[in-house]
Ligand binder design. Sequence first.
Ligand code: FAQ
Length: 311
Amino acid sequence: GPSELERAFDAAVAAEERIEPRDWMPDAYRATLVRQIAQHAHSEIIGMQPEANWITRAPSLRRKAILIAKVQDEAGHGLYLYSAAETLGVSRDELLDKLHAGRQRYSSIFNYPTLTWADVGAIGWLVDGAAITNQVPLCRCSYGPYARAMVRICKEESFHQRQGYELLLALSHGTEAQHAMAQDAVDRWWWPSLMMFGPPDDRSAHSAQSMAWKIKRHSNDELRQRFVDICVPQAASLGLTLPDPDLRWNEQRGHHDFGAIDWDEFSQVLKGNGPCNEQRIDQRRRAHDDGAWVREAASAHAVKRRARATE
Ligand code: FAQ
């Protein structure tokens, strides 16, 4: 039967208490958290690339300042999340090595290109919107450090989502060409955003166990449905359409029905065959190598300061 420690862990989870770094936890619980938090952290820093692509070409100083701040926030989210992962006994170096070696994942969404300025708006509205829908329940995750990191991240994500919505609203009500650019961006980002929630429930390997452990609070399909229901009225007020002829309100279900997701495309992106997989990981490795001297200088400085403090 279960040991004393296991029983205490199960009771804490059942009582909605938080599991903290020094508490006993099952190895598989720890491994699942490392997998999910690392994947989340990697997504934040790889996710800086598609938007950073537009910093030099933002259409005004105001838009440029906003975009720089947003991309910087994403770096910060990466740091909170790597720190949360470190409380589980893995180092940030180790996680980055795994990312660079292709042994840990980052979100499928960041393997799509940002072709026009409107993509910055579509990412804010749809990608950050999907991230919030997925992450608000993670504020109640059973693992304390992850749950607490998520509170601040969600507040910042809400700001990012509004930024994207406001950008798209300006374009949608601008010239005919600007409106068309906004619509094209939404057409390209809609389906990949729905894929962010992960495979359908009947093909989600980890959901049942993660929900039992209260790491995940809702299934992939539940959150995806919630996101669709939120987006439909927002698209209408933006004056834009969602690229799905099967999208319609279902009175009986009290939800919107929507068309079939291309799961072959999703699995291709996960296998590394998305439009930008290679570019994203090459750029990440290059940035890491180019930053080696900064890490060396910072640790040399820390050693010097410590020596001075103990003199
Ligand atoms: N992409 O059994 P499940 C952001 C993998 S938001 C890639 O359902 P799970 C904000 C999954 O790892 C994006 N892989 O898995 C931002 C597993 O493979 P594995 C980051 C995916 O973990 C905006 C397999 O499929 N957010 O960064 C994806 O229970 C703008 C089976 O799947 C998070 O990571 C996918 N979309 O549920 C930043 C949120 N979906 O590991 C910058 C936290 C599934 O066995 C700019 N994560 N897979 O090899 C989660 O909530 C969960 O991990 C899910 C997946 C819901 C993503």
